[in-house]
Design a protein around this ligand. Sequence first.
Ligand code: ADP
Ligand code: MG
Length: 242
Amino acid sequence: MTVSASALFSETAARARAEGRLILTEEESKAILQEQGISVTMPTLATSADEAASAAESVGFPVVMKVSSREITHKSDVGGVRLGIANADAARAAFEEIVASAKAAEPNAAIDGVTVQSQAPSGGVEVIVGMTRDHQFGPVIMFGLGGIAVEVLQDVAFRIAPLTKRDAAGIIRDIKGYPLLTGYRATRAVDLNALEGVIEAVSSFVSETPDIAEMDLNPVLAYPDGSVAVDARIVLTAEDDG
Ligand code: ADP
Ligand code: MG
């Protein structure tokens, strides 16, 4: 794990615990993963419609906007994710709509605002890189295809961390959907080296950080030339787990 990722993690974890929470926000989680060398779409928090519009202009269109609340972890379940926002007026409108639908769905959740981030290009394959902590084996890395594949088919593979280079290559090749990553019909193969790099970076980070109970990069978009995590969540261990 990198020194800067470790320092940022400790600082962020201490602040979250002081606030009585174990789940790091998307912004906090991505900032740590970025220090660990993982490519992410970094969110900027906006607390008003005008702030959202100017954040969107500095990010560059199209942007994605998402509800930011320490009490909402499944953002799209509350109508809290908007894709394809193409101009400043659309960003202003999206701010109001996201806040309104999140409030309607979760009336008691405190909403910090709405985050703005660049939209990853279309045509990527959605995959998930995750980690859970097993009482016997310690950190276990999970890899799978995103969306319906993971929810319905549960097409996922596991390896005990830390992963060797061979394990990182193997976990990708273990899933049934592997041919979807190597190109079919008109689709080009994704950059498997980049994906292995993400898996190794997650493995190295969680292996050296006993304080992490769970981590999800869901999804990572995989392209022929690299990959990017567009959503991320780190969950800290409860004091009595560790
Ligand atoms: P949730 O909290 O519901 O998991 P996500 O942040 O994962 O919300 O967003 C839901 C979906 O929107 C993702 O699975 C992905 O398909 C898409 N998405 C989210 N962020 C981006 C982005 N920056 N670029 C492109 N697509 C995105
Ligand atoms: Mg997600």
